[in-house]
Design a protein around this ligand. Sequence first.
Ligand code: ZN
Length: 347
Amino acid sequence: MRFFFVSLFLAFGLIWAQAAVFDGQAYVPVADWARANGLHCAWLKRGDELVATNRTTRLVFDVDSHYVGINGVQVALSFPVANQKGVVMVAQFDLEAAIRPLLYPSRYVKPTTIQTICLDPGHGGRDAGNQISWHFEKVYTLALAAELRDQLRRAGFDVIMTRSKDTYVELPDRPALANRRNADLFVSLHFNATPVGKNEVEGPQTYCITPMGASSTDAQGEGSNHGPTAANRHEDESLLLAYQIQKSLVGTLGADDRGVRRARFAVLRDARMPAILIEGGYMTNPYEGKKIYSAGYRREMAQAIVKGILAYQRLTAAAPPSVSSPSKGHPAKARPKSSAQYPLPGE
Ligand SMILES: [Zn+2]
């Protein structure tokens, strides 16, 4: 591992900090970045676990972990948290691609109006998805989608579905439909299975597109294409949507948090709008499986997803024009209000 100091433009333009380069990846001390952003740092476990907090935000950095805890939700990083001689470091890449868009959404996400939502019930027809005894994943993804469709319509959204029956739909046709119909969001629904740890592994996880130039959380089914995809145009929005939905799922259902993860899934790659894939839980877990097969639990899950979408909508709603509001420059040049996690509309 190479290590040397360079000066790096940290945070939003006020502080120069010392950074290290590990294998070509620029790392910055978490404490320096936190200070520049008005967060206070303290050890949770000396040398191992660092927490950065302010009034509304709590970030937990675990040495060697590929995740950062953001207000109780695990968010996948592209590069592991490092410890260099007792200094906890985070990759500059991850500050940009995984942390800042969630802390300062108004600086990263263009104001939008959400009207049409495309739901994508995973699998269908000859593709049953996961099969646990007589339970087929394709049945439960469709049941969840139908429940979610009804709830979203009641909340005032237009909803289209990539399938509304037990039919086979090719993967590329799913985002293609959303593109053709100018959907504002694309939400793919799945349930998970694990070959090992059936009794222990449970809880939802939510995927969004892998940032350009990074590896996926798990490369399952993503192919070897690591170049930019259409979905990378909405990388920050998709991350914010995935985070809000994962946070709502975990909070509402009281389920284990398996994190916001990154993948170049075929159904995500070609979407020209914020796009996510929800793995609603593990069919292989005896307790969670039973819940997934019950309409009552799926109704709660749909409520949690609606709540997450509404939270995302609030954060991305077009702000009313204000004469006193300063012009919004490039995110890297703008300076956030460090005391507020989510700036108020109009800021
Ligand atoms: Zn699936």
